[in-house]
Design a protein around this ligand. Structure first.
Ligand SMILES: Cc1ncc(COP(=O)(O)O)c(C=O)c1O
Length: 391
């Protein structure tokens, strides 16, 4: 085994770790530990990075979705949500008092198409959530935005995967009425835990600030005017997030370089087809998605790669669509064949900001070796079956 490749890796250059510790030390000394100057600076810097007028920092990607939905007012109403997303997207709808109504996937982007959204529209629909799976912004965002506007529906982007992404020169998070980001450690940039709401709508910003701090009308009074919660971001989290945000462009460029090695290298490998980006899409390659050929056992492939080549494939996006998750059974009605198909047969190759070209090429050659082994095994099995049926 030549190399060991983990599925993902957080990257803090040494100088960043030192600077972070220095700022945290300062926060400890002053006692300004939450919703302080670093949170405000993180908000300003993140808003500028996405080209949004406002950003509100919170303690997770999940809470950033729920807060926005509470502001939209989804109680007792339907919200169209892709079935191919993480649990947190539909769960936030339920927590905000709404009903997730699942939408089938578009296999060309792993997101949703306008046609699929239209098919699921009801008179009770309050709005639409689009999730930029793996950092891919669907070219249909403009058409989806126009559709939502014409129908008076809110459009919300769950951009948990999409820091630094965009389409046609427009940043992810700026297509709809508001968007959420996650800074969980597996993400392209992290604040350890954390999330951000971005919006151009001042009222939405003001409401989000109230919700995030126990629904208090303002920081200094004790009047609670909304059913908020403790969704605050602490100063140490903001310090880590600011440091990573300053590296975001470099991280994205490094991940794009790895993706180019995969795009090229996988051309010659049978049994696996990369999901190529739509023209005009800028991805951060939060995940590098590739589809397996018919009959290839994903579990077996992952096992061979891990045990014999030292290559870890990361979690899928997603292994199972939400309508098949037991907890969402009350919302599972409908047919979602495309989502079921892509969820069952894709893999996500390792990508991280300090991955070398050599490591990426090693992943490609390991995949070629492992897929070859698996198909040889399948051939041997088939031959044995043929032999048995003859006797
Ligand atoms: C699509 C999507 N939405 C929401 C979240 C929730 O983010 P967090 O873990 O920061 O709460 C995640 C996190 O993995 C996600 O992938």
């Amino acid at each position: 085994m030549a190399l060991r490749i983990p599925p993902a890796k957080v990257f803090f250059p040494e100088e960043d770790r030192k600077a972070i510790l220095g700022h945290i030390d300062e926060a400890l000394a002053t006692g300004q530990l939450t919703l302080g100057r670093h949170v405000r600076a993180f908000e300003e810097e993140f808003a500028a990075a996405t080209g949004s007028s406002h950003a509100v920092a919170v303690n997770s990607g999940t809470s950033s979705i729920e807060i926005a939905l509470r502001v939209f007012g989804v109680e007792g109403r339907d919200v169209l949500v892709p079935t191919n997303t993480f649990f947190a997207t539909p769960a936030a709808v339920v927590h905000a008092g709404g009903r997730p109504r699942f939408v089938d996937a578009d296999p060309s982007t792993f997101s949703v198409s306008l046609e699929a959204l239209k098919r699921r529209l009801t008179p009770e629909t309050a709005g639409v959530i689009v999730v930029h799976i793996a950092g891919i912004v669907t070219p249909e965002m403009y058409a989806i935005r126009d559709f939502c506007k014409a129908r008076g529906l809110f459009l919300f982007e769950d951009a948990a995967h999409a820091q630094g992404c965009g389409f046609g020169g427009r940043a992810a998070g700026t297509f709809g009425d508001a968007a959420s980001f996650s800074f969980y450690p597996t993400k392209v940039m992290t604040s350890a835990e954390g999330g951000m709401i971005v919006t151009n709508d001042e009222r939405l910003r003001d409401e989000a600030v109230v919700y995030r701090d126990q629904g208090k009308a303002d920081f200094h009074t004790n009047a609670h005017t909304r059913m908020g919660y403790n969704w605050r971001m602490s100063e140490p989290h903001a310090i880590i997030g600011r440091s990573q945000l300053a590296r975001l462009e470099d991280f994205v460029a490094a991940r794009q370089r790895v993706a180019r090695v995969y795009d090229e290298g996988l051309r010659g490998v049978e049994g696996i087809t990369p999901l190529l980006l739509p023209e005009g899409c800028r991805s951060n390659y939060y995940k590098y998605i590739a589809l397996l050929g018919p009959g290839i056992d994903r579990k077996a492939l992952k096992q061979v790669l891990r045990e014999e080549y030292g290559v870890g494939l990361s979690g899928e996006v997603y292994e199972q669509p939400c309508h098949l998750q037991p907890v969402f059974a009350p919302y599972a009605a409908g047919a979602f064949p495309e989502a079921e198909d892509i969820c069952a047969r894709h893999v996500c190759l390792p990508v991280y900001a300090n991955m070398t070209d050599e490591e990426a090429r090693y992943v490609v050659s390991s995949l070629a070796g492992a897929l070859g082994r698996l198909s040889e095994g399948a051939e041997v099995k088939k031959a044995a079956l043929r032999e048995r049926s003859r006797v």
